[in-house]
Ligand binder design. Structure first.
Ligand SMILES: C[S@@+](CC[C@H](N)C(=O)[O-])C[C@H]1O[C@@H](n2cnc3c(N)ncnc32)[C@H](O)[C@@H]1O
Length: 207
């Protein structure tokens, strides 16, 4: 991450987090080594989502939990190969992922869907034009784990808050034991269910 990238999204990030002290300040893309992540994403389905019934269920529950309304601009943070992204409702859908390989797979899997765009960059490097609270739906699933964001939950909140419009919907879905953040928005849904060897927590918030 470029330090100035934080500033443009979150003018007070340094105050909020004392980010100078964050351990990943030197390598700000992601805590997990990016090369390792890229090696993982050589496979187009490294976690075997396409074949695993629990992931089909996860996807179904997440999509069902999205409040029914018309979404104009939708963001999937850490979209991976687009397993969820390509099913999201909305006029314009943007998936971002730090992995170039994941984005390549995502683009292949969504070919023929011109309303879906994929971009390779970190959540910590969202372009300035997105910072004007222009998204009315944001999805983040399987991303808010220490291996990806260290202990930067508050910074993630600040970034999402800059991206999500007032009244917008945030959907978060994670392994409960690995994810402890809660967003300070109105909670519309919090549901726990078994997922592989774990429990998942699916949350829907309204800003
Ligand atoms: C477990 S996968 C989940 C993929 C997708 N959300 C899904 O559920 O199908 C986590 C994804 O987060 C991405 N990721 C990790 N750190 C990131 C960051 N700082 N910014 C954007 N994406 C990131 C990884 O490359 C990976 O594709």
């Amino acid at each position: 991450m470029h330090p100035q990238g934080i500033g443009q999204y979150c003018a007070h990030a340094e105050d909020i987090l004392a980010i100078e002290k964050l351990p990943w300040r030197q390598d700000m893309n992601t805590l997990q080594d990016l090369q390792e992540l890229e090696a993982w994403w050589v496979s187009k389905d490294p976690w075997n989502y396409e074949e695993n019934g629990d992931d089909e269920k996860r996807k179904g529950m997440l999509l069902y939990a999205i409040p029914r309304k018309e979404y104009r601009r939708v963001l999937d943070i850490g979209c991976g190969n687009g397993f969820i992204t390509r099913h999201l409702p909305g006029r314009e859908i943007i998936g971002v992922d730090v992995s170039a390989n994941a984005i390549r797979h995502a683009r292949e899997s969504s070919r023929g869907f011109p309303h879906i765009q994929y971009r390779q960059h970190s959540i910590f490097e969202m372009p300035v034009q997105d910072s004007s609270r222009s998204f009315d739906l944001i999805v983040v699933t399987g991303v808010l784990y220490p291996q990806y964001i260290a202990s930067a939950e508050k910074l993630i909140y600040a970034i999402i808050d800059e991206l999500l419009m007032d009244g917008g919907i945030l959907v978060s879905c994670h392994i409960d034991a690995w994810y402890t953040s809660r967003f300070p928005y109105v909670t519309l849904l919090r549901e726990y269910y078994p997922y592989r060897d774990y429990n998942h927590v699916l949350e829907v918030y309204m800003k």
